[in-house]
Ligand binder design. Structure first.
Ligand SMILES: Cc1cc2nc3c(=O)[nH]c(=O)nc-3n(C[C@H](O)[C@H](O)[C@H](O)COP(=O)(O)O)c2cc1C
Length: 338
């Protein structure tokens, strides 16, 4: 990679923490972030993260080994906190000496951060912080770094935009802690802005989902290239008792079916046939299945096309190395012109 001294200078703390050439993480994307994309990102100077999502410990074991075979650069593993085998998955990461574990999907359950940091092969823990109060709590509980992710992002989202989260959190936290900013980043000029505000680095998902090395189906990629920002809409909750974490995806028949799925689960709740936690798990499984249909099978009608608002800036398939280089060059250009 070329020398982008201003950008890497501002990223230095993030670079030291991740052990990568740049502090650009490719956020884990279920079904998309597997061995090929993750190794390509890390080989190109970014930081790839395996999406464990719906994997069981055996599958994760194989995926980490296969990724290692493709890169000798550091990469992380993203674990969903509500996974019923979370602690077994942590053991798999420990066995492989994974350096960084990202805990997503809610507050880490008791003992999980300790388990990641305390084993024979301690890893660094990265958590998502939806509010300033929770950010402080997570840092007190042992999180080594935080991702703050705005509602522009693809996949599961919170209610607040990236620009507001960044203004709220970075001045309070960024001097002493490592904060990575995610959500809606499509170009390096935005990266420069967040770095200047104190971010240690950034995380992007949508921008990398359709890279050449991504195994996503050609029709999935085509749908992304055709879409504009306003096509990436947040899902709607239909039942007050069933708090659904909104998901941002390209609108299609599948987004409508999600509404029907919620009604179906709510009816089962009405009949008191399942507990709330189980109901929420069913919703999560729905997304995992629907995303697989779109990413792997290319069913862009009924599957879930999770995408952030930056999707409108994607026009063509590009190799990861080109994307990272463009982002760095744009950031450098912005900083140079200041
Ligand atoms: C197709 C897709 C699947 C995703 N799956 C996950 C996931 O399994 N776990 C997770 O923590 N985040 C997931 N995300 C969020 C990304 O890791 C990343 O934080 C987000 O895409 C950043 O925002 P951006 O899309 O605006 O770049 C997903 C995003 C997309 C687009």
């Amino acid at each position: 990679m070329k020398n982008y001294t201003r950008t890497t200078g501002l990223m230095q703390r993030g670079i030291d923490f991740l052990g990568s050439e740049t502090a650009i993480l490719c956020g884990a994307m279920s079904w998309v972030s597997e061995r090929n994309l993750v190794s390509a990102i890390s080989n190109a100077g970014g930081f790839g993260v395996i999406a464990c999502g719906a994997m069981d410990p055996d599958l994760l074991d194989k995926e980490i080994a296969a990724t290692r075979a493709l890169t000798d650069k550091p990469f992380g593993v993203n674990l969903i906190t509500m996974h019923p085998q979370l602690f077994d998955l942590i053991e798999v990461c420990e066995k492989h000496g994974v350096g960084h574990v990202v805990l997503a999907g809610g507050i880490p359950p008791k003992g999980s951060v300790e388990a990641i940091k305390g084993g024979a092969n301690p890893a660094k823990v990265i958590c998502f912080a939806p509010t300033l109060a929770l950010a402080k709590k997570l840092l007190r509980s042992g999180a080594d770094a935080l991702v703050i992710e705005g509602m522009e992002a693809g996949g599961h989202i919170g209610p607040v935009s990236t620009s507001v989260l960044a203004q709220e959190m970075l001045p309070e936290l960024a001097e002493e802690h490592l904060i990575f900013v995610a959500g809606g980043i499509g170009r390096g000029h935005a990266i420069a802005g967040y770095l200047e505000m104190g971010a240690a680095g950034v995380q992007l998902g949508t921008r990398f989902a359709c890279a050449t090395e991504s195994i996503a189906h050609a029709d999935f990629k085509k749908a992304f290239f055709r879409a504009s920002a306003r096509d990436a809409v947040a899902s709607i909750q239909v039942d007050a008792r069933l708090p659904v974490i909104p998901v941002r995806a390209l609108k299609n028949k599948g987004t409508e079916e999600f509404t029907a799925k919620q009604r179906e689960v709510a009816a089962v709740l009405d009949r008191e046939e399942i507990a709330m936690a189980e109901a929420q798990l069913q919703i999560e499984h729905y997304w995992a299945g629907a995303l697989r249909r779109a990413v792997i099978d290319g069913d862009v009608e009924n599957g879930s096309l999770m995408a952030g608002q930056s999707v409108g800036m994607l026009k063509e398939e590009e190799p990861v190395a080109i994307i990272i280089d463009k982002l760095m060059a744009q950031s450098e250009d912005a900083l140079t012109r200041r």
